[in-house]
Design a protein around this ligand. Structure first.
Ligand code: 13P
Length: 253
């Protein structure tokens, strides 16, 4: 039985005061929580302070990005070891915004995925197709290639300690959520690729959906058999909305 994971990707938003308030409100709501795990991923400068606020609460800490390198002359980069040092448990890798805007290839994403595992943190691997790729019938080809680039680099065993997030690019920040059926189809496709290599790992891996998840559409998505929670952008910046999404997972667990 897979547990739900509801993760907030704060992206490049907030500041000390806003983040503290958001964090306090989430923790207050989460202490009445059910069994789904909650996670917040603030920008790098706020990780340590947020981690202190989360200590001893049911909310975990994650980062939005990581260097593929362990240390050295990489100005401006942050290593997985540093993220572990400040209390991170999860690290998002391969978000579509980084693939598109920072030119991260699937090969770089695979290296980052490995770097995260080396520090015994859990990578959240994002995959997803653009609108043009979907409308030309290439969703499976694109998502499959993004997943296989990591599988080729790590082997399927690595997915025993990883999370996958299916985030169709056309649904991110657009208000146009994938329907539960569209998301389920992609999630099942992803799980089937893994099942072709290791049935137990495929059964156990959490696959999150991301893309305009809100309090009022979360339950429909989370009730699908292969959707194990959400990676939430905009709605994770409002405690009440994020907690409403968490509530949808709690009520289903
Ligand atoms: P939105 O929830 O704002 O669509 O963003 C989703 C996302 O990119 C999470 O990583």
């Amino acid at each position: 039985m897979r547990k739900y994971l509801v993760a907030g990707n704060w992206k490049m938003n907030g500041g000390t005061a806003a983040n503290n308030e958001l964090c306090e409100q989430i923790v207050a709501g989460a202490s009445a929580s059910g069994t789904a795990e909650l996670l917040v991923c603030p920008p790098f400068p706020y990780l340590e302070a947020t981690g202190r606020k989360l200590a001893g609460t049911p909310v975990s800490l994650g980062a939005q990005n990581v260097s593929q390198h362990a240390s050295g002359a990489y100005t401006g980069e942050v290593s997985a070891g540093m993220l572990r040092d400040v209390g991170c448990k999860y690290v998002i890798v391969g978000h579509s915004e980084r693939r598109a805007m920072m030119h991260e290839t699937s090969e770089i994403v695979a290296e980052k995925f490995k770097a995260v595992l080396t520090e015994e943190l859990t990578p959240i691997l994002c995959v997803g197709e653009t609108l043009e790729e979907r409308t030309s019938g290439r969703m499976e080809e694109v998502v499959g290639a993004q997943l296989r680039a990591v599988l080729d680099a790590t082997g399927v065993e690595a997915f025993g300690s990883a999370v996958i997030a299916y985030e169709p690019v056309w649904a991110i920040g657009t208000g146009q959520t994938a329907s539960p059926e569209q998301a389920q189809e992609a999630h099942q496709y992803i799980r089937n690729i893994l099942a072709g290599m290791d049935v137990d790992i495929a059964d156990a891996v959490q696959i999150l959906y991301g893309g305009s998840v809100k309090g009022d559409n979360a339950a429909g998505l989370f009730s699908m058999p292969d959707i194990d929670g959400g990676l939430i952008g905009g709605a994770s910046l409002k405690a009440a909305e994020f907690l409403a999404i968490a509530q949808a997972a709690w009520s289903l667990n």
